[in-house]
Design a protein around this ligand. Structure first.
Ligand SMILES: [Zn+2]
Length: 106
């Protein structure tokens, strides 16, 4: 389940800005802990409503704080379990500089 359609979005300035602002907000709220397990620091900004080719251009979905969640790696994996069937599942992560990279298959 490659997410080709989302690539440009994840590379966009708007998303990087949005993601950075969201993490800053989480840092201010609870030190940037995972919003699911609250046990380890967050790692990935997750979209609660999955991005799709239909909503990728809708900022109410893609850039809306209320559709975002700061997850640790483990919780993020669990939430995406449903779409992990294919061997070619691709997941994106972010370096500290906000650059996108592809996480190795699990
Ligand atoms: Zn977690």
């Amino acid at each position: 389940m490659a997410r080709e359609f989302a690539k440009a979005f994840y590379n966009s300035k708007q998303w990087k800005e949005c993601r950075r602002a969201y993490i800053a907000q989480r840092m201010a709220a609870d030190g940037g802990m995972c919003e699911t397990c609250h046990e380890v620091p967050g790692y990935i900004v997750h979209h609660k409503i999955e991005l799709s080719p239909e909503n990728i251009n809708d900022p109410e979905i893609t850039l809306n704080f209320s559709n975002l969640k700061y997850d640790c790696h483990v919780c993020h994996q669990k939430e995406n379990k449903g779409e992990m069937e294919g061997v070619h599942f691709v997941q994106y992560g972010f370096t500290e500089e906000g650059e996108v990279y592809v996480l190795p298959p699990v």
